[in-house]
Design a protein around this ligand. Structure first.
Ligand code: SF4
Length: 446
């Protein structure tokens, strides 16, 4: 069946989901490619510039850097915004995951960028504007864009302060994660890419951002796990010092978020005292056996049960709404260990959602990108089926409603046409009012 036909069938079979979320899920799952003229114009061209893909932590591509042509390598945008088209899509922000083999292409037609598949248009495409601070330089000449890139259409400043992980090699790295491979391939591609960012550089970059009008509302401090020490500091000392420095200079200017391992409660208190407002101790996958197989380093050093218990304990420190652990939507269906049946996979993940949400903790998820250098990506280049991603969205939304929870804070507005979270459609399906429902069913019947 053609991709165009399949996507319309999925939209019809999931009438409670906005069509925007269905298309976004498939784009994230399968990636996109561009014709040369649809990419960001080459430097020096007398055309509006746009925000390039920053490789803010992982590659989030379905091919290696070495397999991308020069145009895609350097002139792909960070995100795209879809609107209009035959389904009259509301503005939908989607992270760019490059895949030259994708059935989805961005083309230029009569001077406008369009998303098409098999020659049929799906939506008009806009690229993110070039942030005014991106070309600003630190005193050593490095661009702010490298030290403090922004994603989610400018909402989130993404500060990967440690670009590698001390879980190293196939026996320790999470089987879906390409952080270490990505670092090596970006260095090989000669992209400016700082392994460990200095606190003073982060603060200097934030100064440049704060000096101009822009839509940023939050920052994330994150990076690889620290199993022993880094520069003589423990993991909590290392990551907390960035928050302390930003908050000392710009108290509560942004929502401060931190993504790290699940720490003992004393360390969580230390993080909170640094000024962090939201804590993301990502559990990646709910099923305990899959956690052991897919996160072997985390299993060995911390263990599934301890990880989950620490998430619950952290809620007593931050408050349950401000502990937002991530999982990677789709890896529970990855061969060789994963579920082979969509409903079984969704039931397992749904059990975890119910467990956390019954305690007021609202997890969130990213859509799995099967990067080719990871063990799971090598075995599952197609990722998880679209049907899985759509059933997950339904179960996620229904569990949030069942427990009467609000959309998680720190992600901007929820709902179709409003969400900016770009690496999964979870925010596009929350917070739907009556008007949103009517718009979705109109699109369905058009
Ligand atoms: S702990 Fe796992 S997911 Fe996190 S950076 Fe390390 S390998 Fe990647």
């Amino acid at each position: 069946m053609s991709t165009y036909r399949a996507i319309h069938e999925h939209i019809e079979q999931h009438p409670s989901l906005p069509p925007e979320a269905v298309i976004k899920a498939d784009l994230l799952r399968r990636g996109i490619c561009f014709t040369d003229e649809a990419l960001i114009p080459p430097p020096g061209a007398d055309l509006p510039q746009h925000q390039p893909k920053s490789y803010f932590i992982f590659s989030f591509d379905m091919v290696k850097q070495s397999e991308l042509d020069e145009a895609h390598k350097w002139r792909a945008p960070e995100e795209i915004a879809l609107t209009g088209g035959p389904l009259e899509l509301r503005r939908t922000i989607v992270s760019v995951r490059l895949n030259p083999e994708s059935p989805y292409r961005i083309v230029v037609h009569e001077g406008q960028r369009w998303l098409e598949t098999e020659g049929q248009k799906l939506a008009q495409v806009a690229l993110p504007p070039f942030p005014p601070y991106y070309a600003e330089k630190l005193t050593d000449g490095r661009a702010v864009a490298e030290i403090a890139p922004t994603i989610q259409w400018g909402y989130l400043i993404y500060l990967t302060v440690f670009r590698v992980c001390q879980y190293f090699g196939e026996k320790e790295e999470c089987q879906f994660c390409d952080i270490n491979h990505n670092y090596r391939q970006q260095i090989a591609a000669k992209r400016p890419y700082t392994g460990v960012k200095k606190v003073e550089d982060i603060v200097a970059a934030m100064e440049k951002i704060a000096a101009v009008e822009n839509p940023s509302k939050a920052y994330t401090i994150t990076g690889g796990s620290v199993t022993s020490q880094i520069g003589g500091e423990s993991e909590v000392e290392f990551y907390s010092k960035y928050v302390e420095a930003i908050e000392a200079r710009f108290p509560r200017r942004w929502i401060g978020k931190v993504v790290t391992q699940a720490w003992p409660v004393e360390d969580v208190k230390r993080l909170k005292a640094s000024g962090a407002q939201i804590y993301h101790p990502n559990y990646e996958v709910w099923d305990a056996n899959l956690f052991a197989k897919l996160c072997p380093g985390k299993e060995r050093y911390i263990g599934h049960d301890t990880w989950i218990r620490r998430i619950v304990e952290a809620a007593e420190v931050f408050g349950p709404a401000k502990v937002i652990p991530n999982f990677v939507g789709g890896i529970e269906m990855a061969a060789p260990y994963g579920f082979t049946d969509v409903e079984e996979a969704v039931r397992s993940t749904g059990e975890g959602l119910d467990f956390f949400m019954s305690k007021g903790i609202t997890p969130r998820f990213t859509t799995w990108c099967p990067e080719p250098t990871t063990p799971l990506g090598k075995l599952n280049p197609e990722g998880a089926p679209l049907e899985y991603h759509l059933r997950l969205l339904e179960v996620y939304r229904d569990t949030v409603e069942k427990h009467n929870l609000a959309p998680p804070p720190g992600y901007g507005e929820a709902g179709p046409g409003r969400a900016v979270f770009s690496v999964s459609p979870f925010m596009d399906v929350l917070g739907m009012g009556e008007e949103d429902q009517v718009r979705s069913s109109e699109a369905l019947s058009s």
